[in-house]
Design a protein around this ligand. Sequence first.
Ligand code: AMP
Ligand code: GLY
Length: 421
Amino acid sequence: MKILITGSGGREHALAWKIKQSKQVTEIHCLPGNAGIEEIATCAPIGMMEFDKIIAYAKEHNIDLVNVASDDPLVGGLVDQLTENGIAAFGPNKAAAQLEGSKKFTKEICDQYNIPTAAYKVFTDFEEAKTYLENTSYPTVIKADGLAAGKGAIIVENEVEAVKTLNEMMSNAKFGSAGNTVVIEDFLTGEEASFFFLCDGETALPLGTAQDHKRAYDGDKGPNTGGMGAYSPAPILSDALQQEAIEKIIKPTLQAMKDMGHPFKGILYAGLMLTEKGPFLIEYNVRFGDPEAQVILPRLKNDFVDLMLKTNAGALSNTALEWDDRAALTVIYASKGYPDSYEKGSEVVIPESPDDKTLIFQASTKKQDGKLVNGGGRTLAITAFGDTIKAAQENAYTATDKINWDGGFYRRDIGWRAVKG
Ligand code: AMP
Ligand code: GLY
């Protein structure tokens, strides 16, 4: 089979690495890819939102299956357009991708199917939202309805901050049209964890748990990022809590999507808050997380191409997943300045042969005059295995410390929650 992946991040490098291990695969293509992906796949400079060019490329190269790996093209309907053009695609269609594309859509499902989530109100009118903020308790959470690169949820401590945030979203279009509608919801307390599923419309097969680190600096300080490191499994999500989340959150969601005529096929990523009252849904994503993919895929033993085909065929009910028993932990090496502005084009030197416990995934990297250079914020994901999360953490930092990159930085405490005990 010839497989095409869209995207250029560490997640896509992990997918390409995993897909390459399938005996069914003869060619891997990635659009646009990066310098690391280029070592195992054919890449071409076509952006993941250039749908017409992606379709033409897939036709020209007789691609058998396209993995649409990120939120923007999924919510924008790339899977629908590929399918209409006779090209098989892995990922939810546009209607099903609303689970990530619209917070209001997901919240309404929670209401109708009794799914535990923070109490909320939806607003399209600034004055009405402002009046509500005068009478609510703090902290509270204001969210842009649409996609906002993971930055659209703001926790506000008081009314002054709240109105400022509302102004930015609704009047100044800080997140573009994503903020025309806002959801204001109660603040939940507890620990967060991510739970992944492979869904074929009917069956949700648990695809592992992970914990991300959203803040830029050690001690969970600094601005929010796309994620500075992750580990899997997340011990906080006990078997009992996983089962509770499946029964109360995941199964009713799949039922809702079916009832609406939009069965969900692809990766469902549930962001959960583990509250005193059990797991609550914070949000859904309709794809792997980045960097969560860099710790989940290395632990998965099954042929991923086989799983994608079974997902599309609605044939997951008799599938069992096999896992590496070890823990995996990944450290993100990002450009200095990220998530704000940073310089591109500085040389990244990776030692020739990392040890056999380590995998190095690249993001937005380029080759310039034979040198590897950064081309984006998050640049490397250094994943290591270990018998415990602590051992995986030690292995990951041993490998990370060997990389030579003056223009980069990384957190030193990835995994702290799991190793503190
Ligand atoms: P979201 O974009 O909905 O995933 O929100 C981003 C982050 O904001 C989450 O990962 C949480 O850390 C935080 N967050 C979102 N909603 C809530 C909530 N209702 N209570 C507490 N924290 C929240
Ligand atoms: N790491 C969080 C995300 O991919 O959304």
